[in-house]
Write a protein that binds this ligand. Structure first.
Ligand code: TGC
Ligand code: FAD
Length: 394
């Protein structure tokens, strides 16, 4: 008969989820965590406050660590499992959602479409340099009037001899002003197509969006196209429909299902440690029943979200993960992470509103994460359609 173990659970891994990971996965997780703890966390409050990141330095460091396009095979990419990519996203977002965004936009939204839909020449031209961080990419899908409904986009590309001419604009584009290339989705006579636009092309500009109150350790920009002329060799040949950009979103949303739990875990850990040190009424606030309730709720949410993410990772590696299941992870883990961040904020009292602690920063970032990559409502409706067979978007 099996026995019950009376070993007290680790407060930071209550269900011993690490025991479900391979040695390689644990090593990768620890490597990323150690980099985030040593190199990023001491600076993140400041970067967030100033609204800047040392993007070139970060790109090089992430390139050296093999984290850019890490789940892609060939062309200088590391070719790890999807689960490993997810775990890296989790550890990065335990630092800051903006840092995870930097890596997921590069790998899942800029490199993936080239890898999946690009020609051999395009792959050889761009992917190896994007994997090292020498070339930074961005992903232009959203427009000012086309957010949740990107198929309504107005940016156009028209054939002109052997070239294409792009006109229009994109909005809210991560890494836009620092990118060397933009993967841009535009309406054409042949359907929606993807274009690799070198950002030094005449007629292209990418003004940065300022005064953000969320995701401040990340560059967000408009992309403007004024008769931008692109040779035919820069069009992604493999797709001519919304299936192109939506396939990229599957990859990035998968990373977010992991990443959001990283932010939640950091909030929980911060609140747990604070609750044992902070005293009121001559006793640590962690001794109050109401605080213990909050801590337990946070811990359970983080553990449950980690299991969901890991399950998605295993399914993706097995080739059985569906977009609707990715929506489950993005929908549930992000809303729960936001709840954890708010609860942690309350435990820190007034200190919770400062950038001395990471909690408010995570809480504010998670408002963006709740909205980008498909809002909470969009993922609800994707799953609603899977349940009922009825499409709420038409
Ligand atoms: P629909 O008419 O249903 O389908 C059009 C075509 O797309 C195919 N498809 C998919 N393919 C791959 N993966 C998916 N998940 C797919 N969903 C649909 C479909 O088979 C069809 O293919 P074909 O070949 O027959 O043409 O699509 P729709 O236009 O009605 O859209 C449905 C909806 C609302 C779910 C979609 O538009 C959506 O997901 N909207 C949300 C937009 C969004 O998430 N934007 C994110 C922008 S990028 C971003 O936020 C980056 S943040 C930075 C960071 O990640 O850190
Ligand atoms: P809207 O679509 O206008 O939605 C407003 C509200 O209406 C939401 O609550 C939404 O859920 C709701 N709504 C809309 N349609 C429905 C419906 N059918 N039923 C019920 N409710 C509905 N985009 C990119 O292409 N590339 C990027 O790199 C990128 N980075 C971003 C970085 C940041 C910091 C931010 C904030 C956004 C970024 N985005 C990017 C854009 C992001 O994907 C969009 O903001 C998102 O898709 C939502 O679009 P919207 O903001 O226009 O909101």
């Amino acid at each position: 008969m099996s026995e019950i173990s009376f070993e007290r659970p680790d407060p930071l891994d209550f269900l011993d989820i690490d025991s479900l990971l391979s040695e390689e996965e644990i090593l990768l997780k620890e490597t990323v965590k150690s980099y985030v703890d040593k190199e990023l966390k001491p600076n993140l409050g400041d970067w967030w406050d100033k609204g800047t990141i040392p993007h070139a330095e970060l790109a090089k460091a992430f390139g050296d660590m093999g984290m850019l396009g890490m789940h892609l095979e060939g062309y200088g990419c590391a070719g790890t499992s999807a689960t490993a990519y997810g775990l890296a996203c989790l550890e990065l977002e335990a630092g800051d959602s903006g840092i995870r965004s930097f890596v997921s936009v590069q790998g899942s939204l800029a490199m993936f479409p080239i890898w999946k839909f690009g020609s051999e020449e395009q792959k050889n031209e761009w992917l190896p340099r994007m994997a090292t961080g020498e070339v930074i990419g961005c992903f232009g899908l959203t427009e000012a009037d086309s957010g949740s409904d990107p198929a309504s986009m107005r940016t156009t590309a028209k054939r002109d001899g052997g070239d294409w001419v792009l006109n229009g604009s994109k909005m809210w584009i991560t890494n836009g002003s620092i990118a060397d290339i933009a993967v841009v989705w535009a309406q054409t006579d042949e359907g929606i197509r993807g274009f690799i636009v070198p950002t030094d092309t005449e007629g292209f500009s990418a003004p940065e969006i300022k005064k953000k109150a969320s995701l401040r350790a990340s560059v967000t920009s408009e992309l403007l196209f004024n008769n931008v002329r692109i040779p035919d060799e820069f069009v992604l040949p493999g797709v001519a429909s919304m299936r192109g950009p939506l396939s990229c979103l599957n990859e990035a949303r998968f990373g977010i299902a992991f990443g959001a739990i990283g932010a939640a875990r950091d909030c929980f850990e911060t609140a747990l440690s604070y609750s044992k040190e902070r005293e009121q009424f001559d006793t640590p606030i962690g001794s109050f029943q109401l605080t213990q309730r909050k801590l337990v709720e946070m811990m359970v949410t983080v553990q449950r979200g980690t299991l969901v993410a890991l399950h998605l990772g295993r399914r993706k590696d097995a080739g059985t993960l569906s977009p609707e299941q990715i929506s489950f992870g993005k929908f549930d883990n992000v809303r729960n992470a936001l709840e954890v961040a708010r609860t942690a904020r309350s435990i820190l009292g007034a200190n919770g509103i400062t950038l001395e602690y990471p909690v408010f920063r995570h809480m504010s970032n998670l408002e963006t994460v709740f909205t980008y990559e498909g809002t909470n409502e969009i993922h609800t409706l994707v799953m609603g359609q899977a349940l009922t067979g009825l499409n709420a978007f038409t």
